[in-house]
Write a protein that binds this ligand. Structure first.
Ligand code: FES
Length: 101
């Protein structure tokens, strides 16, 4: 059964940046878009690059390895429409970021 897991404080992730966490055995990247938070699989669907080290620009997470871009809300890849990464629900309670997985 999936449940929300507290992963970080909102102040731990700067706007436009991400950070990867291990949650229930999965590596998940959490991004801050002006205090809206999004969670995606950390492994890029292109060649497993670490998305959590990428940047978030205009709602798109950009992989730091080859620059493929993913919609932070849906995980759809803009660079190669055949690719996508899984996304996870995020809830902020007080200053805690919680991810459901
Ligand atoms: S590994 Fe992410 S774009 Fe290639």
């Amino acid at each position: 059964m999936s449940d929300y897991v507290t992963v970080a404080k909102t102040s731990d992730i700067r706007s436009g940046r991400g950070k990867a966490f291990t949650i229930n055995g999965r590596r998940i990247a959490v991004f801050n878009d002006n205090e809206d938070f999004y969670a995606l699989d950390n492994a890029c669907a292109h060649a497993l690059g670490p998305l959590g080290r990428g940047r978030l620009r205009n709602g798109m997470v950009v992989c730091p390895v080859h620059g493929y871009a993913y919609d932070a809300k849906t995980g759809a890849c803009q660079t190669d429409v055949r690719l996508h990464v899984r996304t996870y629900e995020v809830m902020v309670e007080g200053d805690e970021i919680k991810v459901k997985c």
